[in-house]
Write a protein that binds this ligand. Sequence first.
Ligand code: PLP
Length: 466
Amino acid sequence: MGSGFLYQSLEEWLRQGIKQKRWGAGEKLPSIRTLCAEKQLSKATVMHALQRLEAQGLVEARPKAGYFVKYQPEAMTAPSITTEIKAPRTVNSSDLLLDIMQRSAAFDLCPNPTGEQQSQGVIDLNRCIGRALREPRGGRHQYYGDPAGSETLRAQLSQHYARRGLVQSPDEFCITSGCQHALFLALMACCKAGDTVAVESPGFYGAMQLLEQLKLKVVEIPSSPATGMDMESLEKVLQRWPVKACIVSPAFSTPSGSLMPSGAKEQLIQLANKYDLAVIEDDIYADTALSAIPDPLKAIDTENRVILCSSFSKSLSRDLRLGWISGGRWHTEISRLKLVTQLSSSCAIQEGVARFMSEGRFLSHLRRQRNLLQKNRDQLIAELQNWNCDVKFSVPEGGLAIWVEFPEEVDTLNYYHALLAQEIVITPGTLFSISKKYKNCLRLSFCHSWNEQRKNALDMLPVVLV
Ligand SMILES: Cc1ncc(COP(=O)(O)O)c(C=O)c1O
């Protein structure tokens, strides 16, 4: 190694190695112990060099695993951003989503619930719920719980958000049956039939279905796979049409996994204040962030107009059907609507989940979950890089999916049934828009590990589609 400080020489050597692809994106660097031994350096020197590379965004530290070469988003060909803005209109969704949901396939190319192993987190969760169910509860099964939900669970949620810079008392949360229910309550509270709601494009199909059901009009706002909803386009829309609410996922939207920068979040709050907008924040993907967990938008809400919606579906279990909402200025109405739509939630399940959280098991589960997702995502990227065709894709730092764009002439929907015949269920891009956009795109999930069957299905996609 050359002159200068020892850490500088090592830093430069590692940088060159990354540049020359001795270690490719997603690959592990030699361990600290190996670097100390091979380069005859102290642990402090090696750590210093690695930490400097981490600060420059070239590598990332993964707990108990070591240092890995980071994906450089600009090195990938990112999917395109639509710039076109169409006037607000009603939603007419297809039966395709129902078909995918009936096959439990929204996040799996080859769904097989019996083939999956239970994670340690789910085993612990089941124990906590089992204990709650076995506890002598007198005649409690004959009574409904508080419609707002268990106070102990709401207290746990309050503590959970405090770690992300959001101060909310337990009374400011209301427990729901998942995030979809929370979004439904939010829309019911702040809009009436015929009102217009702004959504991300591409955006979450579940939200579009709600907007259709509530007879609301939709205006799609162009969103970048890297930075999410475009604030300039939103402002143009707000100047032109009366928009009542905006649904947005600042922390890893689906399908692209975009992450809104702090500046854009501040702009969104300013626009909401200026144009009297309700902002429905779908925060469901924040807890499984692969790098730093971003603060919620609600943490910078100055006029109490952000309605925070989330659930345990993506971080812990979809089967719990447990979510929450913090409704800001609409909270009283939202709590009333919770009563109207569900009466109350299961007390025993809520107590079990509250215990799971208070014993620190949720945080341990999230740590393991993030490591697993990171591995699954990297494997998916490696597979996509091997595809022998012209595809562009996002490299998300969170969420559970990668947004893949095929050449213009491909219509992924046309191959849905042909792939079904081979037991492969795709999630075509058109599901993520109300205007039949994104026909050449697919959402590919990385929430399941890549077994032989899923890898084969993945290999099959470019062969069939392109
Ligand atoms: C962005 C987003 N919001 C909400 C939901 C619905 O979540 P839940 O299962 O908690 O109802 C989903 C599920 O796919 C989602 O992707």
